[in-house]
Write a protein that binds this ligand. Structure first.
Ligand SMILES: Cc1cc2nc3c(=O)[nH]c(=O)nc-3n(C[C@H](O)[C@H](O)[C@H](O)COP(=O)(O)OP(=O)(O)OC[C@H]3O[C@@H](n4cnc5c(N)ncnc54)[C@H](O)[C@@H]3O)c2cc1C
Length: 328
């Protein structure tokens, strides 16, 4: 972790935990898709769900291209702007914008990053904005920027702005940070990726209704600060699969799934919300951060706060009981 231009305060990790692994998002998607296809799952791209028809014995999903598909249940894994969430409950809360826009870039290694150990990631509270950077397996430096912005932009909108214009803003924002200034200066328009607004999901009152259920960001998107969103989505998918395997019908499976998952995901989301707040501080809070963060790192009970998040295991073979209680 680094604060301002002072690098190198190490975040302790829980004792006995295996090292955290960094996996490229595209690689993860390829692995999951290949495995699903090998198991006989058919994947159809370009289908936009617009509405559903529910019957006592099944559910039919209707897509924008006029096609439809029927099944016993419908699992809404449709992300932070979920359509299924609104179909389950028209009054469901929407994702909250964190007043931060996300960007990613890649640059060559240089003197100011040469000492980075491969496999470590630095979280940097720069003078005007938070950023993070790490050494990639190819020896280059990957970095991510969280740019404070009152204006919300979707991924699509952020990508309509010329990359050169974003780079100009990022270079101004990180001008006084080491190595932030160089990371921004050396990122080129063809390697900059604009992600758009970063979000968090407030607690969702209804996770399921009838034959529809939510999983992943659609129901529990923690802030990206937690680094847990994809992990939580996969955990929930596995727990939902166990409940569907072991319980007699969809309503009891969905209810047990919610009982197993809600406490854990909401606890992690609450921690993420606190970190995100610290990432977009005002000028006074920014000065305080430089004093507070080192103190927090020294006094934080990492065993207690992080161990529960990082050492969560699921016993796939253990049968789920109908009255499943929390394992969070
Ligand atoms: C900047 C950033 C950094 C992150 N870093 C990490 C990290 O380090 N570690 C981590 O674990 N997580 C991280 N996350 C979070 C992680 O990306 C998400 O938690 C994860 O992608 C959630 O997966 P999901 O399948 O639930 O939703 P998504 O990945 O959002 O997938 C939803 C899918 O549904 C589709 N869809 C949406 N609406 C419809 C519709 N109406 N019809 C049909 N399809 C639809 C979308 O096109 C999309 O393909 C990060 C997120 C961000 C933004």
């Amino acid at each position: 972790m680094s604060i301002g231009s002072k690098p190198g305060r190490e975040m302790p990790t829980p004792q006995g935990s295996p090292p955290r692994q960094l996996i490229d998002r595209g690689a993860l998607h390829r692995i999951l898709r290949d495995r699903a296809e090998q198991s006989g799952v058919r994947i159809h791209g370009g289908k936009k769900l617009i509405r559903v028809d529910e019957r006592p014995d099944g559910v039919t999903a209707h897509f924008a291209d006029g096609t439809s598909a029927s099944a016993d249940i419908l699992i809404g894994a449709d992300g932070v702007h979920s359509t299924v969430r609104r179909l389950i409950d028209p009054n469901a809360p929407g994702a909250r914008y964190l007043n931060l826009l996300g960007f990613e870039g890649v640059v060559d290694d240089a003197a100011d990053t040469a000492e980075l150990e491969p496999g470590t990631m630095t979280f940097a509270f720069g003078r005007r904005a938070y950023y993070l950077y790490w050494k990639r397996p190819d020896g280059r430096i990957g970095w991510g920027a969280n740019l404070p912005s009152e204006q919300y932009l979707t991924l699509r909108e952020a990508r309509t702005v010329a990359a050169e214009d974003w780079l100009h803003t990022l270079r101004g924002t990180y001008a006084n940070d080491i190595p932030g200034a160089r990371l921004a200066a050396e990122t080129t328009s063809d390697t900059l990726q604009a992600i758009g607004g970063l979000h968090i999901m407030p607690p969702v009152p209804h996770w399921h209704r009838g034959r529809m259920v939510l999983v992943g960001d659609a129901v529990h998107a923690p802030s990206n600060s937690t680094g847990q969103g994809a992990s939580l989505a996969m955990e929930s998918a596995i727990q939902l699969a166990r409940c569907l395997r072991d319980l007699p019908d969809a309503p009891s499976a969905f209810a047990a799934y919610e009982r197993l998952r809600r406490p854990r995901v909401e606890k992690i989301a609450a921690r993420g919300a606190r970190i995100s707040h610290a990432k977009a501080p005002g000028p006074v809070a920014q000065r305080l951060m430089r004093v507070m963060v080192p103190l927090m790192v020294k006094t934080l009970n990492i065993e207690k706060t992080m161990a529960a998040e990082q050492s969560y295991t699921i016993d796939w073979d253990a049968p789920v009981q109908e009255d499943a209680i929390t394992l969070a």
